[in-house]
Ligand binder design. Structure first.
Ligand SMILES: [Zn+2]
Length: 126
């Protein structure tokens, strides 16, 4: 994860913990100083609307809005060369730790082995 994203993730976790300790406040100020104002502005707009400014991507799904993100977005995140916004909810995206380990295959073959799951009742269990 690149430094900018790491700073955003840290900032969000500090701010959402509602941590009023002085140490946290100065850490927040320090992080905000490191993040470009344009990015911070967008983040603050999301937070002002009661949303989180960041969402993890897990299994190619934005955990903020539960919509699929494109493989291109995931690939960019994995390369760590740019930050990405969710097309649907506009949150900054970062890869969840679990996703990092597995490499998504850009050429998805329509495999014959996959059976459609017919577990209609499974929703009740979640
Ligand atoms: Zn989203």
């Amino acid at each position: 994860m690149n430094e900018l994203l790491q700073n955003l993730v840290k900032l969000q976790s500090l701010e959402f913990e509602k941590n009023t300790e002085k140490a946290a406040a100065s850490a927040v100020a320090e992080l905000r100083g490191k993040i470009p104002s344009q990015i911070l502005g967008h983040y603050d707009r999301l937070v002002a609307h009661g949303k989180k400014g960041l969402a993890a991507v897990r299994d190619q799904v934005c955990t903020g809005c539960h919509m699929h993100v494109t493989i291109g977005v995931v690939a960019t995140l994995m390369r760590d060369d740019d930050i990405q916004l969710c097309d649907n909810c506009g949150r900054y995206l970062y890869l969840a730790e679990a996703t990092k380990a597995e490499v998504p295959k850009p050429t998805a073959k329509p495999g014959p082995a996959r059976k459609p799951r017919k577990s209609k009742g499974s929703l009740l269990l979640v």
